[in-house]
Design a protein around this ligand. Sequence first.
Ligand code: MN
Length: 196
Amino acid sequence: MSKFELITLPYAADGLEPVISRSTIEFHHGKHLAGYVNNLNNLIQGTEFQELSLEEIVKKSEGAISNNSGQILNHNMYFEQFTSKSEKSAPTGKLAEAIASAFGSFDSFKEEFQKKGAGLFGSGWVWLSADAGGKLVITQETNAANPVQKGLRPLLTFDVWEHAYYLDYQNRRPDHLASLWKIVDWNVIEKRYEKL
Ligand code: MN
């Protein structure tokens, strides 16, 4: 029987400052994500979903179960892709090659990713994913949607819900997105890509 748990962050609550403040992390992880975990555990009790993995629930459910499971998968991938001690400011190896091949250069990729995040109307997520053939694509997903629902393999995401940045950046979503590159752990993203 599945019982989901709030993930432990791989850094201290103030470990991502000044890009993301302790206060934002405490609300975002400790209140928002914890709320989704609690809701999902209550919603799946006694349903066929309680035997499934989180990703399977995201692919197969609708309504409140889809919203809460999607938000858990989205946030787990989001929080686990950051680091307090960034070792490299850009990907290397196969992922670097795939980015250059799909977007021309790493800088063009970052520009397009930020533009799609800034331009997403309302709440949602911008994602870098690989399609079935391994080609990289950037997609905008609204509310709790995740690229696995389109058959894509998600690699990297920026959360554009206001709760992700409003305490630190108020209405300046583009500034927030531009700053997030400083804390991306490219080792994590490369591992996700290698696992495809
Ligand atoms: Mn969020």
